[in-house]
Write a protein that binds this ligand. Structure first.
Ligand SMILES: *Cc1c(COP(=O)(O)O)cnc(C)c1O
Length: 394
């Protein structure tokens, strides 16, 4: 029998979250089973109110997933064919899919190299007389500058609709994710900062009419039973069962986000010496309000080891990593008809080759973070210094 020196550190782990909540989760699921209100039930109404309150928006409309929240939320804001919608090229494809489903024309723009967030100066240059909406993505848990967004939107009379799928309760300059724009979309995919036990999503808005329209859109376009007024209506409701689960988890979200932030600071501190070797964490411009859905570093061209090799060495050392995302939206085969050639978004394209996501979840222990960093130091500097020193010095 061999003893493994370093334990395997998975990229995603949810047991830390579910083990302590198991009894509470089973109780609320049993209650839904007894009550039988599986669709548009009581727990959904409660969770919509609770989550909207947490976001500082008046209204929440639970839908089937984050992608539907983007599509239905934009439609509820009046976005449709003939409208141009500006969004970043480096995001999860769901942002683009959601925009396309409204029938509007997506206009992709490049991002800022340090934060990987939508570059507002580039976005401004993409505005035309047909531009109706900005869809900023609060990527990795960091808000795009609320002040910058609002100034840009106000200057040009645009709607802001936030893709907040990675930014539950993220804050910046006094704003909370989802409360900057006319509306916002959240995802409750299991590994998000707040996750269901399956798919789920929500549109939040400060506007009663937008909420009303979203409610109709998710429910076959009906404004009352068997009376259908909206031809774009579909069937996309957040299950009562999932809402009940999310109600149990929501009170823990702030604490989980704080733990993510503390883990990020630990990574920042320990990875700082690798900056001179070209390994740079993405810049946090939001301060303590960054909720670190992901912790992402850049393996820049000056780094003595390439990203592929670094990732392979980490895997060999028992550390799982990810890439979010390896191919920017405009270079995905599905969207070639949009007509953006390679080289069109140089920053997004360069970042897609440099970024590496390290393990990040509240169940990660400080020792595991040290193990991840030790493996990185070893891979980048080619020396086995960090771990040995810690062993020796205790
Ligand atoms: C997860 C995610 C979505 C899509 O949410 P689903 O619930 O998976 O449909 C959209 N945008 C971003 C940025 C995401 O991370």
């Amino acid at each position: 029998m061999t003893l493994s020196f370093s334990p395997t550190i998975p990229f995603v782990d949810l047991t830390w979250q579910h083990a302590p909540l198991q009894e509470a989760l089973q109780a609320v699921m049993a209650a839904v089973l007894t009550q039988g209100d599986f669709v548009l039930g009581q727990a959904l109404t409660e969770f919509e109110a609770n989550f909207a309150t947490a976001c500082g928006t008046g209204f929440g409309v639970g839908v089937g997933c984050g992608t539907d929240a983007i599509a239905l939320g934009l439609m509820a804001c009046g976005i449709g064919p003939g409208d141009e919608v500006i969004l970043p090229a480096n995001t999860f494809v769901a942002t683009l899919i959601g925009v396309l489903r409204t029938g509007a024309t997506p206009v992709l723009v490049d991002c800022d190299r340090a934060t990987a967030l939508l570059d507002l100066a580039v976005a401004e240059r993409a505005i035309t007389p047909r531009t109706r909406a900005l869809v900023p993505v609060h990527l990795y848990g960091q808000l795009v500058s609320p002040q910058g967004l609002l100034e840009l939107a106000n200057r040009h009379g645009l709607i802001i609709f936030e893709d907040a799928a990675q930014a539950h309760l993220a804050q910046r300059d006094g704003y909370t994710a989802g409360s900057i724009g006319l509306g916002a979309a959240f995802s409750f995919y299991p590994s998000k900062n707040l996750g269901a036990l399956g798919d789920g999503g929500m549109v939040v808005t400060t506007n009663a009419q937008v909420a009303e329209r979203a409610r109709s859109l998710r429910n076959y376009g009906a404004t009352r039973k068997y009376y259908h007024t909206d031809p774009q209506g579909t069937n996309s409701r957040l299950d009562t069962l999932q809402a009940a689960v999310l109600n149990v988890k929501l009170p823990h979200l702030t604490g989980w986000n704080q733990t993510r932030s503390a883990i990020a600071q630990h990574y920042d501190r320990r990875l700082a010496p690798l900056a001179e070797h070209g390994l740079l964490p993405l810049h946090n411009a939001a301060g303590p309000g960054h909720v670190y859905h992901l912790y992402v570093v850049r393996v820049t061209p000056t780094c003595p080891i390439g990203r592929t090799e670094l990732q392979a060495q980490l895997t060999a050392a028992g550390v799982q990593t990810g890439i979010h995302y390896p191919i920017p939206c405009h270079l995905q085969p599905a969207f070639s008809s949009l007509g953006y050639p390679p080289g069109r978004f140089p920053v997004a394209e360069a970042l897609s080759q440099e970024i590496l996501s390290l393990p990040m979840y509240p169940g990660l222990t400080p020792e595991q973070v040290d193990d991840v960093v030790d493996a990185m130091v070893e891979a980048v500097t080619g020396r086995q210094v960090a771990g040995v020193l810690r062993e020796v010095m205790g």
